[in-house]
Design a protein around this ligand. Structure first.
Ligand code: SAH
Length: 389
């Protein structure tokens, strides 16, 4: 048993019973003593319902760790849970040296992210409660992976809501600024300290393989970051245009193209919305297009505006397709749910004046599991469309 406990309202207890791992502060009727710790949680009748991480400053007060009662959350518990998460990735390891080892709630390890980049790990400890287990987590990860170093990318803004500082620090061994990794036979350099997310967009690995398998003709990679899709497109396409607004990301893209001896990629620093409009205006056509924008809907309030952004982007991409051309389009906004994503594509398709067929729908890859009971954890949606004429 842990030293302290929390009592939650019937509504809070029901959230857990319904399969959501979070209980909000407004549903905590009796708070534990500490600022951040592990606590036993009881329902209004005093019955134990599980063990959780407690964050006193956060709106998300309790995150379910274990629904088995009388569980001791100690070094052995972390080691076992982390070992199960790592084992879940066995099928990914043969195709990539960079992938997600722990995907927070999707692995039963709320607020913890661990990404592997070859022999180094990048972790994010995203709640105050989780921070209290830093030593146990680091020690278990070292034992389980034999990694050369671990760095914490604790610069994520959600940490502020937990009352935590934002920083980037080495937690174990030595960690280089850049690491060369490989996926599906494509090499790329990930900037672990300064890159977006933990250094790369690992969640698109399976979609990049899909795109590589169908790429042909003139190709366009919009929102390319350091060119991961572009490098895959370059295998089947005659020429690839890779567009992003980030200069540093494109500079790494050039580096990555050289690393793969790809000479058919052109990198363009531009606003993707302006670029695509100008291309439509100029009457350009592409045989293969990838549209992988950042999350436009950061919250529910911005969903309507974000949906217009996605629709606009996709509508122009559809108009740019050559007859028989292929468009792979994605959204990583968790507020834009799967049904809303499909509605948006239908609206864009109707407005584009093109006849489009759906060749495939994709969701999250093997290393980013989602909770069936929490649809928002399935944030990534993708569709492969083909222009019939
Ligand atoms: N496709 C990439 C990930 C893209 S993430 C991959 O597979 O690795 C989204 C990218 O969009 C980021 O690199 C960001 O710099 C870029 N971006 C954001 N707003 C943009 C805009 N208005 N125009 C062009 N690029 C933009």
């Amino acid at each position: 048993m842990s030293e302290t406990h929390a009592v939650v309202s019937a509504r809070g207890a029901k959230r857990w019973a319904d399969g959501h791992p979070w209980i909000f502060r407004s549903d905590v009727v009796q708070s534990p003593v500490g600022q951040a710790c592990v606590v036993d949680v009881r329902d209004p009748r005093g019955r134990a319902i599980g063990t959780a991480l407690w964050s006193s400053a956060s709106e998300i007060a309790l995150r379910l760790l274990d629904s088995a009662l009388d569980t001791k959350i100690d070094a052995v518990w972390w080691h076992e849970r982390l070992a199960r998460a790592i084992a879940r990735r066995t099928a990914v390891a043969p195709v990539a040296t960079a992938y997600r080892l722990v995907h927070g709630e999707g692995d039963g390890l709320p607020s913890l992210i661990v990404d592997r980049y070859d022999r180094w790990l990048v972790v994010q400890l995203l709640s105050a409660g989780l921070e209290t287990f830093r030593a146990e987590i680091v020690s278990a990860l070292v034992k389980l992976t034999g990694c050369a170093g671990i760095i914490a990318r604790n610069d994520a803004s959600v940490r502020v809501r937990e009352g935590l500082s934002r920083n980037v620090e080495v937690l174990y061994g030595e960690v280089p600024d850049e690491v060369t990794v490989e996926e599906n036979g494509v090499k790329y350099v990930a900037a672990l300290r300064t890159g977006q997310k933990t250094g790369a967009f690992l969640d698109q690995r399976e979609n990049r393989a899909l795109v590589a398998s169908v790429a042909r003709g003139r190709a366009l990679d919009l929102f390319s970051y350091h060119g991961s899709f572009a490098l895959h497109l370059a295998r089947g396409a005659s020429a690839v245009t890779s567009v992003d607004s980030s200069g540093p990301a494109l500079a790494r893209g050039q580096q990555n193209a050289a690393l793969n001896l790809a000479t058919n990629i052109e990198f363009v620093e531009a606003d993707a919305f302006e670029f695509i409009r100008a291309e439509v205006q100029a009457g350009r056509r592409y045989e293969t297009i990838v549209v992988d924008p950042p999350a436009f809907a950061k919250n529910r309030a911005s969903l309507a505006g974000a949906t217009r952004g996605y629709r606009d982007l996709n509508l122009h991409a559809m108009r740019l397709l050559a007859p028989g051309g292929l468009l792979f389009t994605a959204s990583c906004s968790y507020h834009l749910t799967k049904p809303l994503f499909l509605d948006m594509l239908r609206d864009a398709g109707a407005a584009s004046g093109r006849r489009l067929i759906l060749r495939g729908l994709t969701a999250q890859p093997l290393d980013h599991p989602e909770l069936v009971t929490v649809p928002e954890t399935g944030y990534l949606k993708g569709a492969l469309l083909e222009a019939l004429d």
